[in-house]
Design a protein around this ligand. Structure first.
Ligand code: PAZ
Length: 327
């Protein structure tokens, strides 16, 4: 289920009433004030730079709860690798990053760590002190220092979400707070967001009981937030959405449709099975295939991808204001 994108036949104009009702009926964010405070500080710190470049990278899948006291939920596939790796390359390129990620998904700088770093990287010494195992010392030192430098330097702000309700509410807060940066702000929407959801007010409070027989549920269509992001929340920001398909025959066509319908600056199209090797960049100026360099197995596809994205964003900033079409 693929949310911020929108499938061909069902591409409809998003209605203001639909959006209003989504946000009014969504359970309020538990830590909305705290998130706003962090965003305000982050934007203030970064907008004082000479040429501030800030990107909001979204990452991981949203859940759709089936019960208000949630026992069961529907999930969208995404490990968060794309978002985490892209965040590292954006930071390297001089961007500040708001990393809006699904709790528990891949984190920037952590891809070289083992699956269970706490248990695999550390030992307890004779005097009961905790020590890093020699075999992992170098990687642990590098990961901690790079992460610490990004966070304490004010270049990386991490905001977690789990449900589609949290994701869309936080995305709106981020977009509104970045609007003061005009074309220097970018949205890189790699999260896999559900196209369908159960509206909060129609959702059962308690665990659905199996004694009632087979489960027959009707899911509502999630409002198409890409339009709102482009038209209202951050109309001047550089916007990149993703398109994931499993059928290669429809991938580019669907990406093209999303580009036009939502007035995106770029749509990054990928197929589930080859997403780590190849991404097709679709924009008004045409299509470019970005591939992982097989001669360098340690360098992932996000490296050339972010290089291209940064280049297009620079051109966009340069031409913004003179009305020239750049992408
Ligand atoms: O998170 P991951 O690295 O496992 O996968 C990345 C991805 C395929 C979720 C992403 O590149 C993407 O296409 N996101 C948008 C998915 C969608 O169409 O909703």
């Amino acid at each position: 289920m693929d949310a911020m994108d929108h499938d061909s036949g069902e591409l409809q104009e998003v209605s203001a009433a639909e959006i209003k009702s989504f946000f009014e009926s969504a359970p309020p964010l538990k830590d909305g004030d705290e998130i706003n405070k962090k965003l305000k500080e982050f934007v203030e710190r970064n907008s004082s730079a000479t040429a501030p470049r800030v990107v909001c990278v979204t990452s991981g899948g949203t859940t759709v709860p089936l019960e208000q006291q949630c026992v069961r939920f529907i999930d969208n596939f995404s490990s968060g690798h794309r978002g985490a790796a892209s965040t590292e390359y954006f930071l390297k390129a001089g961007y500040s990053v708001i990393f809006l990620y699904r709790s528990g998904s891949c984190q920037p700088y952590c891809s070289s760590l083992p699956d269970d770093p706490l248990l695999e990287c550390f030992d307890i010494s004779d005097d009961s002190n905790i020590q890093v195992r020699q075999s992992h010392a170098e990687v642990v030192k590098r990961v901690i220092s790079e992460h610490h430098a990004a966070v304490s330097g004010g270049y990386l702000l991490k905001l977690p979400f789990t449900t589609i309700f949290e994701y869309l509410q936080i995305l709106r807060l981020v977009a509104l707070s970045l609007s003061c940066l005009g074309p220097c702000a970018m949205f890189y929407l790699a999260a896999a967001v559900s196209d369908f959801y159960v509206p909060w007010e129609t959702m059962t409070v308690h665990k659905i009981q199996s004694r009632s027989g087979p489960l027959d549920m009707r899911l509502a269509q999630a409002p198409k937030m890409l339009s709102v992001l482009r038209k209202e929340w951050a109309p001047v920001a550089f916007c990149i959405s993703f398109k994931l398909e499993t059928d290669s025959k429809i991938l580019v066509e669907k990406a093209d449709m999303a580009l036009k319908k939502y007035d995106m600056h770029m749509v990054l199209a990928n197929e589930l099975s080859t997403r780590k090797e190849e991404v097709i960049v679709v924009s008004k100026s045409g299509k470019t295939v970005v591939r992982k360099d097989k001669a360098q197995p340690c360098v992932d596809v996000e490296s050339p991808l972010i290089e291209l994205v940064v280049d297009r964003h620079s051109t966009y900033i340069k031409h913004s204001g003179d009305g020239t079409e750049t992408t």
